[in-house]
Design a protein around this ligand. Structure first.
Ligand code: ADP
Length: 512
């Protein structure tokens, strides 16, 4: 026969090891790298943008300043230059070094031509730049405002030239005069700035920012790494591991808190699973041991057909109990895994309760328990009929089972607007307070005299009741006094959810 072997410990360990020592992703795919890269790129773009703007501003101010200086020089030039009989004469005090210096300065880049284009006076620098052509002279004469140009000399040095018109002493003949100044110092300032900025400061700032970004990203992501490491260490056997709170109250603390809560929930589920496996094995072992004992008795000691029959009957009873447990477990696991969907319909809850109470009259009479009910005429509700019947049966069977002869079981139904309240109370043995928090757990049973022998339950009934109530978004509570009785109160919402517009309304609702 082919058997499915459970995975060996070695294989399991191997798998664990594999996941623990999984090769780390490439550095460039890590969050730290990506955060640093994004931050650095953003910072670099910002820095380059700001520098470019600053450079543009500097260039504009230098050019503005150069024009202002030339404007002032032009005004000074008009004060010193006189043209008499077509002859340019510079009037200044030759003994005054300041005046001599100014005039010298004005004539460094200087050109004078008459209206025909004949050059009357010029400086060597201007000759190097190149004299103005007759058509250029004409356009200057025609222009009402000074003409500004940037021209280069034979060495490529740029000059800003201001060309305008001056008149002779009688103010009759116009002459074209051009003065200029070298833009080399300004260009030098700009190129120095560019070099310092783009080759020195920007790369250094980007490098510093990326190192800082890398350190900060590493520090910010440290809790995430701690989270990942803790997650790696967690297995079914050490779910008690928690990540310590950083106390910063930020998103990472929120993540840690959520993670810790998730682990706590997992721990709870694992604990429940373990408890469940223990309970199931225990519950299954009892009838199996009994069946085995009965079969052994039949095999070794039974002599007569009657004895065989009795042993087999007993075994059959235990087999029946076994299959009850398996059926109930299957149903419960289907319910809890969501496979048992509710089939809600519009029904009269009062008549459903009435029917179940009627069905329990015979068992109650047999147990000599008085079963009564106080129900309204109708109580319309949208519920799953089968599950509600199952819930009522479980509560009633418990009430009858745990109430000694001569006792009473009473069922009350009240319709309170959008809620229905079902109360099943009995004058039975009651449940000690210490057991109350656990009676809805699977297989939880309070051992008592009232229900023993074949009457003994599976400890699954109330788990089912709890699931049915929860699935209907209702609540269940229990009050109990040992020796005096118990009271189970179920509250269920009875209002159906608003139907979608394409659904046909229930005729019962429509008719009111
Ligand atoms: P069981 O199959 O044992 O009845 P349940 O899940 O229905 O399992 O109930 C769990 C335990 O709760 C029972 O074993 C019983 O001890 C206690 N219990 C439930 N209902 C009552 C009640 N009406 N009176 C006293 N004890 C009750």
């Amino acid at each position: 026969m082919r058997q499915t072997r459970p995975p060996s410990r070695a294989r399991q360990n191997g798998r664990c090891k594999l996941s623990a020592s999984r090769p780390r992703k490439h550095l460039t795919r890590g969050l730290r790298f990506r955060l640093t890269a994004v931050y650095t790129v953003f910072f670099a773009l910002l820095l380059i943008g700001v520098s470019a703007l600053f450079r543009q501003h500097l260039e504009a101010s230098l050019s503005e300043q150069a024009r202002r200086v030339l404007d002032q020089e032009w005004a000074a030039m008009k004060g010193y230059l006189k043209i008499e009989r077509n002859q340019p004469i510079w009037f200044f005090d030759h003994d005054d070094p300041d005046e001599a210096f100014i005039v010298n300065r004005l004539r460094q880049v200087y050109f004078l031509a008459d209206q025909t284009g004949e050059v009357l006076q010029y400086s060597d620098n201007y000759k190097d730049i190149g004299f103005d052509k007759p058509n250029e002279i004409k356009s200057v004469l025609a222009s009402a405002t000074p003409v500004w140009r940037v021209r280069k000399d034979s060495h490529g040095v740029p000059y800003l030239i201001r060309t305008g018109v001056v008149y002779d002493e009688r103010h009759t003949r116009p002459y074209v005069v051009a003065i200029g100044r070298s833009l080399a110092p300004d260009r030098k300032i700009l190129s120095d700035f560019t070099w310092i900025e783009y080759v020195g400061l920007i790369p250094a700032s980007i490098l510093t920012a990326s190192v800082l970004g890398w350190v900060l990203a590493g520090r910010a992501l440290r809790p995430v790494s701690a989270l990942a490491e803790t997650a790696q260490r967690i297995s079914g056997s050490n779910l008690n591991v928690r990540i310590p709170d950083r106390g910063a109250g930020d998103e990472l603390d929120f993540l840690i808190e959520a993670f810790n809560r998730m682990i706590a929930r997992l721990e709870g589920s694992f604990q429940q699973m373990r408890q469940f496996s223990t309970d199931v094995s225990h519950e299954l072992r009892t009838p199996i041991t009994a069946i085995r004992g009965q079969l052994e008795v039949a095999l070794f000691t039974a002599r007569t057909t009657e004895q065989y029959r009795e042993a087999m009957l007993n075994a059959l009873q235990d087999i029946e109990r076994l299959s009850q447990i398996v059926r109930a477990l299957l149903l419960l696991s289907q319910a809890e895994s969501g496979q048992l969907a509710l089939q809600k319909t519009r029904l009269d809850l009062a008549s459903v309760v009435r029917e179940i109470v009627d069905q329990f009259q015979i068992p109650a009479e047999e147990a000599r328990v008085r079963l009564s009910a106080y129900l309204p005429g109708t109580c319309t509700a949208t519920l799953d009929k089968v599950q509600i019947e199952r819930m009522l049966s479980n509560l009633l069977s418990n009430a009858v089972k745990f109430t000694p002869a001569g006792g009473e079981v009473h069922v009350t139904l009240q319709c309170l607007g959008d809620q229905a309240e079902v109360v099943v109370e009995d004058t039975g043995c009651g449940i000690p307070a210490k057991h109350l928090p656990y009676i809805f757990d699977r297989f939880y049973q309070v051992r008592n005299e009232a229900a023993s022998g074949p009457e003994r339950g599976l400890g699954l009934g109330l788990s089912f009741v709890a699931w049915i109530v929860k699935a209907h978004q209702g609540t269940i509570s229990v009050e109990s006094t040992p020796g005096r009785g118990s009271r189970f109160i179920v509250r269920l919402p009875v209002v159906a959810p608003v139907p979608a517009s394409n659904e046909t309304p229930d005729p019962a609702v429509a008719s009111g």
